[in-house]
Design a binder for this molecule. Sequence first.
Ligand SMILES: C[S@@+](CC[C@H](N)C(=O)[O-])C[C@H]1O[C@@H](n2cnc3c(N)ncnc32)[C@H](O)[C@@H]1O
Length: 377
Amino acid sequence: MINYMLAKLESQMRQAVQLQQDGRFPAALGGYELICEALRFYEELGYGQEAENIHRLPLAVQPTPAMTLYCHALIQYYRRHYSSALEAIKAALAVSSEITMLHVLKARILTALGDLPGAHETYRFIQDRDPGYDGAHDSLFMLAAEQEMPGPDYYDWLERFHHWLRPATYVEIGLGHGRSLALAGPETRAIGIDPYQGAWEHLNYVCPHTPATLFPVTSDDFFVGHDLREVLERETFDLGFIDGLHLFEQALKDFINLERYARKDSVVLIHDCLPIAPIVAERERCTGFWTGDVWRIIPCLKTFRPDLKIMTIPTKPSGLGVVTNLDATSTVLSDNYDDIVRYYLTLRCPESFEQRRVVCRVGSADEEYVKEQFCGK
Ligand SMILES: C[S@@+](CC[C@H](N)C(=O)[O-])C[C@H]1O[C@@H](n2cnc3c(N)ncnc32)[C@H](O)[C@@H]1O
């Protein structure tokens, strides 16, 4: 399966290179970013040489020395070799300081290195020099997220939950490229649900131990068509992750459906519960980086289900809700679903991050605290 994934990444990289050669640079760059991010995962699994061969494909075709250095910096950035990435991008800028995207990558690297003032200064420079360039917007959200939520990102937290709980069963709703699903450990029977990405040919990551079982349907269709107990061959699930359609009513429905198969000590994680800015929490997507209004689920559960134990971990880029003390017999949410949705859709996203922290019940990001509160058994 890993060889299948690596062959697929190689073919995707060849396609991205072709896009660049056809003059479709933004599309090519999007491909390079996704592929480089995935290659780090396989490097960590010991497939360094295979990853290296794939990295060489774009490096070999860059039209100028500055672009070769840019490409090298991007590869090092995704490898998390940030100092070497910074050296490469500075060298690229020394020859071609007129290319805005080089400055943007420099700002992203500075963010990753924790030099937030340096990143801010670089973004200001970009805005002054090239006000029409909108390629920096998402990176600015990342910078703000780094500032407000320093420390491990939500993948690191997911990994921790897998480590603490060693779940026998894991259910993920919303797969993206499969990066979060691939965190399931060898002892875990994992299932992934996603109408668009629920097939291996769409994913870039595969769990090295036991590949998950995929269901290429919406979460609603999954729960109508399947009994989770039969799918898991267990009465209950241990760990669930809701990261599907980023609308409050859907996240709530996913929670209701999952809870029916929960034990009291099962844990449900919900992504995107702490938006970095109100604009990324709009219900209509108008930014590249988008959380939707999933955050509403936290005040909603807090009010309607005071029996649940809930907090949001302030982890970049958009917070991770954690819920336990579940009750499979509770019907409060399903009985009042329409009224609850109608009411919570009127709730405004608080303007300031401080207010959002309060409404979204942000707790301490201390590892021991979270482990004790939610994985104590
Ligand atoms: C942000 S991505 C998930 C990212 C992934 N969990 C990760 O952390 O790497 C959201 C995914 O939800 C999927 N999705 C959208 N609507 C859905 C639905 N109704 N049911 C299940 N998945 C859905 C999308 O296809 C997309 O792949």
